[in-house]
Every structure is written in structure tokens, then in C-alpha cells.
Design a protein around this ligand. Structure first.
Ligand SMILES: Cc1cc2nc3c(=O)[nH]c(=O)nc-3n(C[C@H](O)[C@H](O)[C@H](O)COP(=O)(O)OP(=O)(O)OC[C@H]3O[C@@H](n4cnc5c(N)ncnc54)[C@H](O)[C@@H]3O)c2cc1C
Length: 495
């Protein structure tokens, strides 16, 4: 299709929508971005209360090269927009009382730590990382940039050989056990795939590339918070001419003769467009904004998807400094199996959940008043659970009991600000399918061409981007998703 006009409407100001809008404006299109909320950033929004500044969603900055590539594409650098610090230690794993493991940022120190647990493991780690580095290189430089619209994209002889080398058909769990025996090392190596919305049993070993990201590339933090990435992206988007409309919720998309002609906002305003890129949750766009005859997938399809977890979060302001925690702490003092069962197999509130604690004020004094601490607690949960006040409180006290006991101090009585956030908030704020926090799990059957397609098959000028389509969940993949869809738009809608 070749069209003379060049208006693009992008729905959603998450990382994917921002990335798509900026790439398209850079390519010469007139881009308007519509966001339902009054603040931009989607799941990465930030809020401030009583001197505490909370990042609402992502807190781990991994794969710094992807961000550098993003800004580099426009002739910019990350350092033009924010001040990035590498964390050391990268994070802490709490295995039990007096059983804390700080993960060194330095590779040799990391190897030393593993050797102290499993003597002789050094060369195995080297080999594991060598394979992970290869997967990272092929994965991030090539595979994730494929629009995955046809199998033929994956049939080059080199890629077929790579698919074998890249362990697409083996689980992470089996892969890790080929190299390591010590239970703690196994848990350490299996943890990064949690970011992909699955467990080591159902995520392909291709994703040991995440271990390379973790161990070799490191854990970083933009001073001022993860929202600095959003601010940087907005500033670049505006420089390219993207027009932002906040508080502009799309109510429906009007399609005639297989072409999306306009979107209608909740207030009745109609916005004409030549091309539409939907960066809101895919399921919402398909099942609410589009009439049934134009949908790629039906309700049955969506019900069969393996969603990444939802979460119960607590944003806490504490009126003193907390001991024995670092910026990122993973509380693995309970078994993963029963918690995973409660997320994926028999969805329910878990009996003894694992949880994650972020204490950004350990690195960044700007996110809490002096002498105080900014804490965010995250408990991963099955999507679509009832999340009333009573159950939230129950889990607040359950994790607080453990946090206080394991770190040896009173915290609850020092909490001067508290806000909880769970399924119903994800639904209300982002139209999240089943209240998911980070999209669709990257299982083998939901990878590449098996993901919801980035193009609508019945509406010629409607494209999708974001964590429910290719390449998957997470901040770096969402940036890439915006780039990939913009390339498809440019290819099919020449100016
Ligand atoms: C609690 C949490 C922790 C996470 N931790 C990490 C982490 O540490 N590291 C990491 O890399 N990733 C993390 N992630 C994942 C990462 O944040 C997401 O993958 C990414 O932000 C998704 O971006 P997106 O653009 O696809 O979607 P979103 O950010 O959800 O953007 C979609 C936007 O569309 C808007 N919208 C919806 N409906 C409409 C409508 N009808 N009209 C107009 N606008 C609409 C929404 O308001 C939203 O702003 C985390 C996610 C969560 C929730």
C-alpha cells in the first residue's frame, strides 16, 4: 500500500508507544500520541508523595546496550538524558535468616563466590557464559528485531544452525542443571527468567542470554529513577515533533472497507488518521476498541494464553534508614515450586510467597527525604485474582513479618507512607488483560511467530506494539518492539 498522507496516531505512552512514535516522527510522519492517563510512561509511571518519589513499575535496568542503541539511532547518547550508575553489589539474594548473598558486580568476584559454594565450578561458569554471550549477540542483534510475521524470516541456513546452538527446544531448568549442582547457584541462574513471565521449567534455554545480561553486562540505575528513561524518551520524541495528548482515552476505532479511518476519544472527539499503531494492551485494543469482525483473535485464543504474572505492590515511605538491605533484594527464603504452582498451575493466592524488595534510596538520595528510605515490595501473583483490601493487608503483614525477622529490625512502625497496587489497579489504569503486570510469558509456544501478530490481518493500516506482541515483556524488548513496528509501517506505507 502506498499513501500520500502521513498522519499516524499512536495509542499509549508506554515504552513501546514512545519508541514507535519517535521512530515514525524521525522517518517523516506526523505523529500524535494519545494516552489515557494524565501522566505518561504506562507501567513505568512515577508518583511523588510526602517527599518520596516512587517508580511504579520497572526497577531493574538491564541490557544497557539496548538503551544506548535506542538513543544512538537518533544520534544521541544515554548520557544526554540521564546519569546511569552501575550497582555494586548488583543485588542481594536472601536465602534465610543470616543467609544473605550479595552478588558482586565484578565477574572474578562473582566466580569466587560460586567457587566457594561449588569448588571447581569456575570453568563451567565460563562455558555457560560463553554460550549465553553467543545467544545474547544473536538474540539481541538479530532475532528480537524480526517482525515475526512469517516463518520465512527464520529459514536462513545460518539461523537454522543457530536455532540448534541457541537451545530453543530445551528448558532453562535442564540447561542450568547441566552446568551447576549447588542449589543456591541453580536458583541464582534460574532467577532472571522470572522477568520473562515464566519459570525455568517453561522458558526455553535460549534465554540464558538473560544470565549474560545479569552477570556480564550488570545491573544499572538511572539517577532520579527509572522514570528518567521515560522523560528522556519524551524529550527526544518532542524534538522529533511527536504531539502528546495526555488524558486522551481512546473509546473505539472506526474502520471502513478494512481501513482504520479515525479513533474516537471518551469525550467524543474524533481524530482522523492514516496509520494507527496501538501500544495499549493488545487484548484491550482487540476486544474493546475494535468491532468483532476486525479482530485478529477471539476470546478463546486469549483465554489460552499464558500470561506473565500480575503483582501486589506496596510503595512505602519509611522514616528511618533500614539496615541489611541493598538496592535490590530477592527474598528466596521460601520454595519457588509452590509459589510457581499458585501462579501458573492452580491460580490462587500463594501460601508462602517469594517477594522482591527495592530500596532505591540506598543509591539515590533524591527519592526519599533525608534519613529516610523509599521501599517498594513486589509479590508476583497469578493474573485475575480478587485483590480486595483485606487480602492486600494480609499479605502486607505476611511479608513485613518476614522482612523484619530476616533483616533484624522493626520497620512497620516506621512506615509513614503506604500505598498498595494490584490486579484491579492494573486493569483500571492500563486496561491490562486479567490485571497482568508484564504481558505475555515468553514460553516456547509464545515466541516469535507464535506471539500475537504486530499487524492486524483485516485492517490494512492497523499495527500493534508493546509487551503482548514481539519480542516480549520488559523495558528493553518494549523499546525494540516500537522500533520493529515502525520499520514495518515505513516499509508498507511509503511517504
Ligand atoms: C510492577 C512491574 C515491574 C516491572 N519490572 C521490570 C523491571 O524491573 N525491568 C524491566 O525491564 N521490565 C519490568 N517490567 C516490565 C516493563 O515495565 C513493561 O514490559 C513495559 O513497561 C511495557 O511497556 P508497554 O509500552 O508495552 O506497555 P504500557 O507501559 O502498559 O503502555 C501502554 C499504555 O497504553 C495506555 N492505554 C491503554 N488503553 C488506552 C486507551 N484506550 N487509550 C489511550 N491509552 C491507553 C496505558 O495507559 C499505558 O500508558 C515491570 C512491569 C511491572 C508492571
Amino acid at each position: 500500500m502506498s499513501i500520500s498522507k502521513k498522519n499516524v496516531v499512536v495509542i499509549g505512552s508506554g515504552f513501546a508507544g514512545l519508541s514507535a512514535a519517535t521512530h515514525l516522527a524521525h522517518a517523516g510522519y506526523q505523529v500524535t500520541l494519545l494516552e489515557k492517563n494524565d501522566t505518561p510512561g504506562g507501567r513505568a509511571r512515577q508518583f511523588e508523595s510526602e517527599g518520596f518519589v516512587f517508580d511504579m513499575g520497572p526497577s531493574w535496568y538491564w541490557m544497557p546496550d539496548v538503551f544506548e542503541t535506542y538513543f544512538g539511532y537518533f544520534g544521541k547518547k544515554v548520557s544526554d538524558y540521564y546519569d546511569l550508575k552501575r550497582l555494586s553489589p548488583s543485588y542481594t539474594v536472601v536465602f534465610g535468616e543470616n543467609d544473605f548473598m550479595e552478588i558482586p558486580a565484578n565477574l572474578e568476584e562473582f566466580k569466587g563466590l560460586l567457587e566457594s559454594l561449588e569448588p571447581g565450578v569456575g570453568p563451567k561458569l565460563d562455558e555457560f557464559l560463553k554460550q549465553a554471550a553467543y545467544k545474547y549477540k544473536v538474540g539481541i542483534e538479530d532475532l528480537v528485531y524480526k517482525p515475526s510475521r512469517s516463518l520465512t524470516e527464520f529459514t536462513s541456513p545460518k539461523l537454522l544452525i543457530d536455532v540448534v546452538r541457541m537451545d530453543v527446544f530445551q528448558s532453562m531448568s535442564k540447561h542450568v542443571r547441566k552446568f551447576f549442582k549447588h542449589e543456591k547457584i541453580i536458583r541464582l541462574m534460574e532467577f532472571p527468567v522470572l522477568f520473562l513471565g515464566g519459570t525455568a521449567d517453561n522458558i526455553p534455554a535460549l534465554y540464558s542470554l538473560m544470565n549474560y545480561a545479569d552477570i556480564a553486562l550488570g545491573t544499572w540505575y538511572p539517577m532520579g529513577g527509572m522514570f528518567k528513561i521515560v522523560e528522556g524518551m519524551i524529550s527526544l520524541a518532542e524534538e522529533k515533533g511527536v504531539k502528546f495528548r495526555l488524558g486522551a482515552e481512546v473509546d473505539h476505532i472506526n474502520v471502513t472497507n478494512g481501513i482504520a479511518r479515525n479513533v474516537v476519544l471518551k469525550n467524543g472527539e474524533k481524530i482522523e488518521t492514516d496509520i494507527l499503531v496501538a501500544g495499549a494492551d493488545y487484548h484491550h485494543v482487540e476486544s474493546v476498541l475494535l468491532a468483532p469482525e476486525y479482530r485478529n483473535y477471539d476470546a478463546n485464543y486469549w483465554d489460552k494464553r499464558v500470561m506473565a504474572p500480575s503483582s501486589l505492590l506496596f510503595y512505602l515511605g519509611v522514616d528511618k534508614k533500614i539496615e541489611n538491605v541493598t538496592h535490590h533484594c530477592l527474598f528466596f527464603d521460601e520454595q519457588m515450586g509452590p509459589h510457581a504452582d499458585a501462579i501458573y498451575t492452580h491460580p490462587r493466592w500463594p501460601e508462602r510467597p517469594l517477594f522482591y524488595l527495592s530500596a532505591a534510596s540506598k543509591t539515590d538520595p533524591s527519592v526519599a527525604p533525608e534519613g529516610m528510605e523509599n521501599l517498594v515490595i513486589l509479590i508476583p501473583l497469578a493474573p485475575d485474582l480478587e485483590d480486595g483490601e483485606e487480602v492486600r493487608e494480609k499479605y502486607y503483614h505476611m511479608v513485613m513479618d518476614r522482612l523484619e525477622k530476616l533483616t533484624g529490625q522493626e520497620i512497620r512502625s516506621h512506615v509513614i507512607y503506604k500505598r498498595s497496587y494490584a490486579h484491579s489497579d492494573f486493569k483500571a489504569d492500563y486496561h491490562a488483560f486479567k490485571g497482568n503486570a508484564y504481558g505475555l510469558a515468553n514460553t516456547l509456544l509464545q515466541t516469535a511467530i507464535l506471539k500475537p501478530s504486530l499487524k492486524n490481518k483485516k485492517v490494512k493500516n492497523l499495527y500493534y506494539t508493546g509487551q503482548l506482541t514481539v519480542p516480549g515483556p520488559g523495558v528493553p524488548p518494549s523499546l525494540i518492539s516500537g522500533h520493529v513496528v515502525a520499520r514495518e509501517v515505513v516499509k508498507e506505507n511509503k511517504l
